[in-house]
Design a binder for this molecule. Structure first.
Ligand code: 1HN
Length: 329
């Protein structure tokens, strides 16, 4: 009996397998394992501060050169220098918006959630689902999803505020869309801000912060039932007494801070961000951060963050968390 002899074959190799996978619509995980599973959270955005005195003149110029009607929203976005818009952090969009007297930012509604911090001006208003609310410096005003909203302004001078939206989400979830109302303004009646569930007046928040003990205090903006202002974004305000500092925090949420009053600096990751009233700065996920008030008066900071989203998804971790205790059954 003749036995067939197998032809001598070159030994198969991992390299050959990878080459042969080309065109098979599959990819080996093992090549990307480390990239998909980094040893630490790996934000693409960097710590950064946007100085109000550099932005404001161009925003005012936009007020002269771009009509509100054409702009729909007259905004200078705050894209992170390491990424393109709408990324201020990897999960949060921020922009500075201007409305001039007798203008209307036309009524529309969209899936995105917005929360706004009023920086300067008087006579401004936002109408949300038929309720017209006065904008007053320091107030935080919510625009819940899919509510028609328009902004306007009486009196003289500009009205400027900081918008925070959850827009980066829609790079992953292609579910965002916007509808215009048939008229520039949605029919609205004036409401008392103290009665409105979507306004957090600064006077009330400041009084609560001042009543807290310690040289640093932070309080979240919460709805009347104690829940966060949205499922994605939430916010808080912080008081930092003269010549004092905040605790160091490091967490998987990211945030955008705005300086309500005072000046100082923050160490964020390996960056020192110097800030003063009106400035806005960002803290990427997992960057250790600590604020310093270097003056003899009290500093107040506003911030909005992605904590509601990160927490509800189960992604929230801080540097102090005992990983063993996190086993989720
Ligand atoms: C928006 O509706 C506003 O209503 C501001 O003021 C910024 C950015 C992207 C999409 C919608 C506003 C926005 C926005």
């Amino acid at each position: 009996m003749t036995q067939s002899v197998a032809p001598t074959q070159a030994k198969d190799t991992a390299e050959q397998l990878i080459a042969d996978l080309d065109g098979t619509d599959t990819l080996p995980l093992w090549v990307q394992m480390a990239k998909l599973n980094p040893p630490e959270p790996n934000p693409r955005c960097i710590p950064y501060v946007w100085k109000y005195d550099r932005i404001r003149p161009n925003l005012i110029r936009a007020g002269e050169l771009i009509s509100e009607k054409a702009a729909e929203r007259r905004v200078l976005m705050l894209p992170n220098p390491a990424r393109e818009a709408p990324f201020t952090t990897d999960t949060i969009y921020a922009g500075l918006q201007l409305v001039m007297p007798n203008e209307t930012a036309p009524a529309h509604r969209h899936v995105a959630f917005a929360m706004r911090f009023i920086i300067e001006g008087s006579g401004g208003f936002t109408a949300v689902h038929g309720r017209r609310i006065k904008m007053q410096r320091g107030d935080v005003i919510l625009t819940p999803r899919w509510n028609y909203h328009d902004h306007g302004k009486d009196g003289s001078g500009p009205m400027i505020w900081l918008d925070g939206l959850d827009l980066p989400n829609f790079r992953h979830f292609p579910v965002h869309f916007l509808e215009h109302f048939k008229d520039p303004r949605y029919p609205a009646e004036d409401v008392d801000t103290s009665e409105s569930p979507i306004v957090f007046p600064w006077s009330g928040m400041k009084a609560k912060l001042d009543a807290e003990s310690g040289s640093w205090a932070a309080l979240r903006y919460l709805k009347r039932d104690g829940s966060e202002v949205s499922l994605t974004l939430g916010g808080s305000a912080e008081r930092l007494d003269a010549n004092s500092n905040s605790p160091v925090r490091r967490e998987t949420s990211s945030c955008v801070y705005h300086v309500i009053e005072g000046s100082g600096y923050s160490n964020v990751g390996d960056k020192k961000l110097e800030w003063t009233k009106g400035d806005t700065f960002c803290v990427p996920t997992w960057a250790a951060y600590e604020h310093f008030n270097t003056t003899d008066s009290t500093t107040y900071l506003y911030r909005f963050d992605d904590q509601p989203m990160i927490k509800s998804l189960g992604f929230y971790r801080t540097q102090d968390m005992d990983i063993e205790a996190l086993v989720d059954l």
